[in-house]
Write a protein that binds this ligand. Structure first.
Ligand code: NDP
Length: 241
């Protein structure tokens, strides 16, 4: 295990303008890494550099990485594929568009970022890919067939990348948050949240910082031998899957 910290790393966080992504970006910046966040608007949160990037478009992802590499002065060493959306409805009512849009953002978006990032990482002979999944990916959830399918797909993506690129100093891992207080969960009805709290052994929702600390660990020298793993951060809800 390598414990001494190398030079500040170059980090790109998709959907890093708010919620979990913003907490992750701030955590990397706080430990001295060089961070760029992406979002559809490209607006920079206070104290962070940002570029515009829509993960549903290969051209936009490519342009975002190129712009981030220019800002950071080199290839991206750590990519956190965090951008995600929900479009919840029961299976019978779920349209093709509801399904496709969620898969295109959450799963294909992560794939596009990993593919673009892999070029620089292979050249550097090091890299960390971290995919933000969800407890729902392996636990399932009524009304979220599209979302759960997209989030479990990230497990196969990370494990296949691990098998392809593990020998080149690149790791690929999945973080599976439980329910976290952000814009995404703010729309849930009160009784739904109360029901979740009862089901979560910790008895509460998680904070964005509790997700960020696990993501920064997976990017740290201490996590150099972890790859293809799914790390639950859910107050015990999924019981480790
Ligand atoms: P928010 O809804 O607060 O933020 C979503 C982020 O994704 C925004 O930054 C948004 O940027 C970005 N995004 C959405 N679509 C695109 C796109 N096409 N291209 C680029 N960026 C996009 O979500 P959270 O912070 O709650 O969630 C972050 C991640 O964590 C998601 O993947 C989510 O599925 C996952 N997660 C969240 C949980 C929770 O309880 N909150 C639980 C488990 C997992 P923009 O400003 O452009 O809209």
């Amino acid at each position: 295990m390598t414990t001494d910290r190398p030079e500040p790393r170059t980090v790109l966080v998709t959907g890093g303008n708010r919620g979990i992504g913003l907490a992750i970006a701030r955590a990397f910046a706080a430990q001295g890494d060089k961070v760029v966040v992406t979002s559809r608007s490209g607006e920079a949160p206070e104290g962070l550099q940002a570029v515009q990037g829509d993960v549903t478009s290969t051209e936009s992802v490519d342009a975002a990485f190129t712009a981030a590499e220019e800002l950071l002065g080199g290839p991206i060493e750590v990519v956190v594929a965090n951008a995600g959306v929900t479009k919840d409805t029961l299976l019978m009512r779920m349209s093709d568009e509801d399904f496709d849009q969620v898969i295109d953002t959450n799963l294909a978006g992560a794939f596009r970022c990993a593919r673009r990032a892999s070029k620089g990482m292979i050249r550097l002979r090091r890299g960390r890919l971290i995919f933000v999944s969800s407890v729902v990916g392996l636990y399932g959830s009524p009304g979220q067939a599209n979302y759960a399918a997209s989030k479990s797909g990230l497990v196969g993506l990370a494990r296949s990348i691990t098998r392809e690129l593990g020998g080149r100093g690149i790791t690929a891992n999945v973080v599976a948050p439980g329910f976290v207080e952000t814009d995404m969960t703010a729309v849930l009805p009160e009784d739904t949240v109360a029901g979740y709290k009862k089901a979560i052994p910790a008895g509460r929702l998680g904070s964005t910082d509790e997700i960020a600390s696990v993501v920064t660990f997976l990017a740290s020298p201490g996590a150099s031998y972890i790859s293809g793993a799914v790390i639950p951060v859910d107050g015990g809800l999924g019981m480790g899957h």
